[in-house]
Design a protein around this ligand. Structure first.
Ligand SMILES: [Cu+2]
Length: 201
């Protein structure tokens, strides 16, 4: 009985702990929206790619428009037509709460130079200092290959991932409602299974 109760609690924890932080790229000009995100360990940064052709690269605060010397992530370039969004998203799981800075490495129209940067668990001063430094860097660098995250189908075209549920709960994900319903059904099904298990004890 106790173990079943524990399982129930763990089940709820599993569905509530992971939060997707949706970050739109390029849907509102040359910026990340939002530019500053707070994220906890195990949260997922979910980057959505709007028009026209952007990337996201983790950098270092002291070196604008250059990939992080250690670790990090790179989405590759994901193009989208005007008024649309690429059908893939890039998901990065947050491993610790240290401040992180990221930028778009598109050099056509110098996106990093133009201030297309964002931060996680940092502050506006650091963000603005990075932008000021970036304004003087004419060419952004891209890592050689995609790493540090996972490219997957955009949640509007799939469902059921816990990350989708969280994204839709803050209203940031277009069409995420279906995913939330799907996940709720999954929870319901699992709980129903547990209820049956309890009745068998
Ligand atoms: Cu860009």
């Amino acid at each position: 009985m106790t173990s079943v109760t524990s399982t129930l609690i763990l089940l709820f924890a599993a569905f509530t702990a992971v939060t997707a932080k949706t970050i739109q790229i390029g849907t509102d000009g040359l910026k990340f929206v939002p530019e500053a995100v707070e994220a906890a360990v195990d949260d997922v940064l979910e980057f959505h790619f709007g028009p026209r052709n952007h990337s996201v690269v983790m950098g270092d605060f002291g070196s604008a428009c250059v990939p992080a010397a250690k670790g990090g992530f790179f989405s590759g370039f994901l193009p989208a037509a005007e008024g649309e969004e690429n059908n893939k998203v890039f998901r990065v799981t947050v491993n610790d709460t240290s401040p992180v800075v990221f930028y778009c490495s598109q050099n056509s129209h110098q996106h990093c130079t133009a201030g297309m940067v964002g931060v996680v668990n940092s502050n506006n001063d650091s963000l603005n200092a990075y932008k000021t430094a970036a304004a003087k860097i004419p060419t952004a660098l891209s890592p050689a290959e995609v790493f540090g995250g996972v490219l997957g189908p955009r949640p509007t075209e799939t469902a059921l991932a816990p990350a989708t549920t969280a994204a839709s709960s803050n209203g940031a994900s277009r069409g995420g409602g279906a995913g939330a319903v799907g996940a709720a059904l999954t929870v319901g099904t699992l709980l129903f299974g547990l209820k049956e298990a309890l009745e068998m004890i």
